[in-house]
Design a protein around this ligand. Structure first.
Ligand code: GLU
Length: 298
């Protein structure tokens, strides 16, 4: 891993969402982060990403603390919870709005899906339909009327405009530094256009994963974002938001995913690989580390 020589120590973070029990994949992320922080004399922070009020549960927050402590991890207090940071997200969204980069979208999931089908707008890297631009150019008076009528709306990023803003006249390339766990770093160029007009403020909460993660990584001065490979494509959006908001770019490491016997990514709904069921089945933290092949990291 490439560590910049800086005055202050590197800062790592593990940022789970409390909408289920942690599984082996989370254990891998948390253990790698903590081991790298230790190895490089850095700090290790835990962040609770609980903006999804419908799915987050306080019991899962407690379970995160319990499971990580059982694994032998320690983190700095106080732990930052994203639900306490809504004002910061709203103010950043306001800055993007002032740049003319956000617009309200009233469309329902069903309307979006059928328009996307009609217009063959394709899929984003997560396999969701790319927003077909339905409300990108709604007249101001229509927007006003719909808001006045109390219709719920999300705020979407006008991706084409945002990319133009970031790339400038010269069409500068957008990239980030991806490092290995042990060695070497490479510059990866990214194309946020693959995501289309992503939602930055949801209908039910005035932020989204992408906006909150970028603001908090900057707020907590995270120097190294270490997370699973499934989040690598999203780094394109995160780099662009960092540029738009004037934040420094962290270095990234996207680690291999832990898969089940069928080769599928682990999911929180699959109880069998949750750390607590493994613990109840008699596993020790050492067994988890061995199963993940992370003995060398400690
Ligand atoms: N909260 C996200 C998750 O649990 C991870 C965010 C990140 O590491 O960037 O999948």
């Amino acid at each position: 891993m490439t560590i910049r020589r800086a005055q202050s120590p590197p800062v790592f973070r593990f940022a789970p969402s409390p909408n289920g029990f942690l599984h082996l994949g989370h254990a891998a992320s948390a253990l790698i982060n903590q081991a790298l922080a230790r190895r490089h004399g850095g700090r290790f922070l835990l962040r609770i990403e609980d903006i999804d009020r419908g799915r987050s549960r306080e019991a899962f927050v407690d379970a995160i603390y319990e499971d990580l402590a059982w694994l032998g991890l320690g983190w700095e207090e106080p732990v930052l919870k994203q639900s306490d940071r809504i004002d910061a997200y709203v103010s950043a969204a306001g800055r993007l709005s002032e740049l003319g980069l956000l617009y309200p979208c009233f469309a329902s999931r069903a309307e979006i899906n059928s328009a996307a089908m009609r217009m063959q707008s394709g899929l984003d890297p997560d396999g969701a339909v790319i927003y077909p631009g339905l409300h990108r150019d709604l007249p101001v008076d229509v927007i006003g009327q719909r808001i006045m009528a109390g219709e719920p709306f999300a705020m979407r990023l006008n991706m084409e405009r945002a990319v133009r803003e970031v790339r400038g006249e010269a069409g500068a390339e957008l990239s980030y530094l991806e490092t290995g766990q042990q060695h070497g770093a490479r510059l990866v160029s990214v194309d946020p256009m693959r995501w289309g007009d992503v939602v930055l403020q949801r209908k039910d909460v005035p932020t989204s994963y992408h906006l909150a993660v970028v603001i908090d990584d900057a707020h907590q001065r995270i120097t190294h974002v270490v997370r699973g490979q499934d989040l690598q494509p999203a780094t394109a959006i995160h780099r662009m938001l960092q540029q738009l908001l004037g934040f420094a770019a962290p270095v990234y490491h996207h680690h291999r995913l832990v898969r089940d016997v069928l080769g599928r990514k682990l999911s929180k709904s699959d109880a069998a690989t949750s750390l607590r069921s493994l613990r109840e089945a008699g596993w020790s933290p050492g067994d988890v580390i061995e199963k993940l092949g992370l003995e060398g990291l400690q």
